[in-house]
Structure formats: C-alpha cells, structure tokens
Design a protein around this ligand. Structure first.
Ligand code: PBG
Length: 330
C-alpha cells in the first residue's frame, strides 16, 4: 500500500462536531418553517385531534397565544385551517364567503395580536361543502371547474379583506391562480401574495387532515379528478409553469417526503420560491413511529425537515414547526 493511500479521506470532514458544522451544505432554520393551525368554533378551548397526536384545534380566542409562541420561536408565518361547524356546510359552500366566518375572525385576531407574523390561508371549498370536495359538484358528482373558480376568487378576496398576507389555493382547479390574482388586483389587494399548491397529488397521506377539518366522513368518492396522479412528474412541471404564468408568487409541492424528487425538479427548473408541505399523514407516521420506539422523535423531525432543504425547498409547512424551531433554538 503506498504511504499516502488513500489520499482523499472524506472522513476528515466528519471528524469533529465543529468540522461537521463548518462543512454542512444545508441548514434548517426556524425561518424555513410555516406552522399550520386548525381552528374550531366556541371559546376558551383546544380540541385534541385524535388522528394527529399532539395537535389541537384552537378556538379563535386561543389563537393569538399560539401565533405568539410561533413568532417568538422565529417562525415567520402560520397557515390557518378551519373546522367549520357542520350546520354551516352546504352544497354551495356559501360559508366560505361569510366575512365573519371562523377563518376571517382568526385572521383578524392574529393580525391584531401578533402583527409580526405572516398569515397564510387556504383557498379551497372542502371545509365548507357538505360533500367534502374542494369545489362545487354537478348531479353526477363531478367537481365543476369554472363555477368553482369564480367562488374561489371571491373566497380569496374575503380572506384578503380580513387581512391574510398570503392566499394559498389548494383546490387544483384550472385557471384559479389567474382568477384570484385578477380579483385581488381589482379590489386593491396588490400586496397579497399567492402561494399556489401547484403540484398537489391525490395522496393517501391527507387522511388525518380531513379528520382535523371534519370533512373525512363526508367525502363522496375521491379527489383524483382534480388532484395529480402520483405517477406523474412532467405534469407537475407543467402545473408549476402554468401557475407562475398566471401570477403565482411562490409554489408548493405536496405531500412532502414521498415527493422530494418533484420538489428538486421544480426548484431546478424554475428557481422560484418553492415550498413543501409535510402533510398530516407524514406527521402521524413520525409520531406513531416514535411512540412505537422505531426512532427518536426529535431526530426524525429534524432529519426529515432538513431533507426538504437539501432537496431545494425554500421552506416547509409542517405540524412539527414549533417543536422543530424550539429544537433548533436549543
Ligand atoms: C384542502 C387541503 C387538504 C390539505 C391541505 N388543504 C386536504 C385535501 O386536499 O384533501 C392536506 C393537508 C394535510 O394532509 O396535512 N384542499
């Protein structure tokens, strides 16, 4: 063996904590995280969500405290999801346009109490429809595109008027980003940004979320007529291209961990702010695995979130955001 063999020893770069730190190519920071929060009707309580161990729905009066905790941990933005009381759900989702609905009250509460945190809202009709779909359905049960888009534009306006900073259409209708952008400009909300759920797949990982917003028992059929086929990646690039052409400021890939290849391709191809959503089923998977002793919870959280950064994410929506930010802050 020659004296200098092997000349290149990559283990030198892994030898000490300071060396590993110094050579880290990617880092996770609290400012990479967006924290989704669920809202319920009533006052003074938190309802634990059985399908998401450790996550609760908050009544509006409890939200400011949660947003404060997030801001103090360095999280730049929260995402809000309402569990609309069942009697207020209808075939036409009219509660989505009520200026005093749960989401509007939640936005105002957070903007008043914690002005230093951003508020992102979901644009889609599933928390408001009696059938659990993201849009209006015809007699055959198909989600109709254009009539849905008209309502989504109004829904986004209602959220913007209440103070939302970013509206995030998650419905996967065609043409909704253009319609929302036009409505926002028309009504003077030119500062409200759009984060398009551009590549959103029809995924089995959304189950616990549908429990959290109370739409699971109601959903007739599935969402494969509008959400993407998990088999496709070229199509994801076309979706992103379209949403950007229609005026999206930032795009999202969803779910997260099983779609890191899509995330990487999207970021490489377009170089725009690109977010990943580590969805409810992924959160539940980590929690259940840790509870069963299959892995260390904190390490699983930090490793999976860092993986999004390595794949090119600008940021990540995660139910673990507050815990992760606290772990990073030490
Ligand atoms: C609704 C919406 C869903 C999620 C975010 N917005 C569910 C769905 O499309 O059925 C899922 C988020 C999660 O699972 O954490 N349009």
């Amino acid at each position: 063996m020659p004296a200098c063999y092997p000349a290149l020893r990559l283990r030198r770069g892994r030898s000490t904590p300071w060396m590993r730190d110094m050579l880290a190519e990617h880092r996770l920071h609290p400012s990479d995280l967006i924290w989704p929060l669920f809202i319920c009707a009533g006052e003074g309580c938190a309802e634990p969500i059985a399908a998401l161990p450790g996550v609760s729905r908050w009544t509006v009066d409890q939200l400011a405290k949660q947003a404060r905790l997030a801001a103090d941990a360095g999280i730049p933005c929260v995402a809000l999801f309402p569990n609309t009381p069942q009697p207020l759900r209808s075939d036409d989702a009219r509660e989505a346009l009520n200026r005093d609905n749960l989401i509007c009250r939640a936005i105002k509460t957070i903007k008043d109490a914690v002005p230093d945190i951003g508020v992102l809202t979901d644009v889609a009709l599933d928390p408001y429809t009696s059938h659990g779909h993201d849009g209006l359905i015809d007699e055959a049960g198909n989600v109709v595109n254009d009539d849905t888009v008209a309502i989504l534009a109004d829904q986004a306006l209602v959220q913007a008027e209440a103070g939302a900073d970013i509206v995030a259409p998650s419905d996967m209708m065609d043409g909704r980003v253009a319609a929302i952008r036009a409505a926002l400009e028309r009504e003077g909300h030119c500062d409200v940004a759009i984060m398009a759920y551009a590549a959103k797949y029809a995924s089995a990982f959304y189950g616990p979320f549908r429990d959290a917003v109370g739409s699971s028992g109601r959903l007739k059929g599935d969402k494969r007529g509008y959400q993407m086929n998990p088999a496709n990646i070229d199509e994801a690039l076309r979706e992103v291209e379209l949403d950007l052409a229609e005026g999206a400021d930032m795009v999202m890939v969803k779910p997260g961990m099983p779609y890191l290849d899509v995330l990487a391709r999207v970021k490489d191809a377009f170089g725009v702010p690109t977010f990943a959503y580590q969805v409810s089923g992924e959160y539940a998977m980590i929690e259940h695995a840790a509870a069963a002793g299959a892995g260390d919870r904190d390490a699983l959280i930090l490793e999976t979130l860092l993986a999004f950064k390595r794949a090119g994410a600008t940021g990540v929506l995660s139910y673990h955001a507050l815990d992760a930010a606290r772990l990073i802050n030490g």
